[in-house]
Design a protein around this ligand. Structure first.
Ligand code: ADP
Ligand code: AMP
Length: 214
């Protein structure tokens, strides 16, 4: 099963993608996590990506497409995957479709997690991320057991540089201009499903399971 998560930054794509990955036994592939791991490890790719991420801009397609195609070509993705944060442009969607076509494959579901802009800024300022294992928390909705410490790996939690209010506004503009057109793109392909992302995350997940099947 090959799934794409669509939605604004902070809509809950990562939260739901992790739950999907666990239930259906497929890898969770997040381009944002791949970039953040590269930044943490001080790689050239990380240094380049950071310039764009810190401004709330998209990392150029030339860099992004290659890392994604390399990742989904790995053995563990053979039976499927859930993509979180990719594609973010029509060009990325075209390249992914072409690569899948070549192996006689296709995307099964594109799930749009719908959350209005008003809710997003509040959510992002409360998000805390573990840069070691990729876990995410929210200071009100999903607090860690000990303040500021990751439940899963014990590392310190941080407010991502790109989750600061000014950057979030840029990210939302970029989302509306460059990523939202993907909703129509996948609707035309007949694979788009929408869920209300404003409800409790367990209820969002129940709606997704209703779409994907038990
Ligand atoms: P995305 O991957 O779309 O950027 P995340 O999954 O990281 O978004 O979620 C953004 C923030 O909102 C996180 O702090 C997360 O814990 C919180 N969150 C996710 N889903 C919900 C929900 N349904 N209700 C309230 N908060 C949520
Ligand atoms: P995310 O963790 O998905 O919110 O991504 C964080 C940031 O990484 C984004 O704001 C972009 O700067 C960059 N990024 C992640 N995925 C992509 C992508 N598919 N295309 C371009 N930039 C991306």
């Amino acid at each position: 099963m090959k799934i794409i998560m669509l939605g604004a930054p902070g809509a809950g794509k990562g939260t739901q993608a992790k739950m999907i990955a666990e239930k259906y036994g497929i890898p969770h592939v997040s381009t944002g996590d791949i970039f953040r791991a590269n930044i943490k490890n001080g790689t050239e790719l990380g240094m380049e990506a950071k310039k764009y991420m810190d401004k709330g801009l998209l990392v150029p397609d030339e860099l992004t497409v290659k890392i994604l195609l390399d990742r989904v070509a790995k053995e563990d993705c053979a039976k499927g995957y859930v993509l979180d944060g990719f594609p973010r442009t029509i060009h990325q969607a075209d390249v992914l479709e072409e690569a899948l076509n070549k192996i006689g494959d296709k995307i099964d579901f594109a799930i749009d997690v719908d959350v209005p802009d008003e809710n997003i800024i509040r959510r992002m300022s409360g998000r805390r991320a573990c840069l070691s294992c990729g876990a995410t928390y929210h200071i009100e909705h999903v607090p860690p057991k000990a303040e500021g410490i990751c439940d899963k790996c014990g590392q310190e939690l941080v407010l991502r540089d790109d989750d600061k209010a000014e950057t979030v506004k840029n990210r939302l503009n970029v989302y509306h201009e460059q990523t939202q057109p993907l909703i129509e793109f996948y609707e035309k392909k007949g694979v788009l499903k929408s869920v209300d992302g404003t409800v409790d995350m367990k209820d969002v997940f129940a709606a997704i399971v209703g779409i994907l099947g038990e």
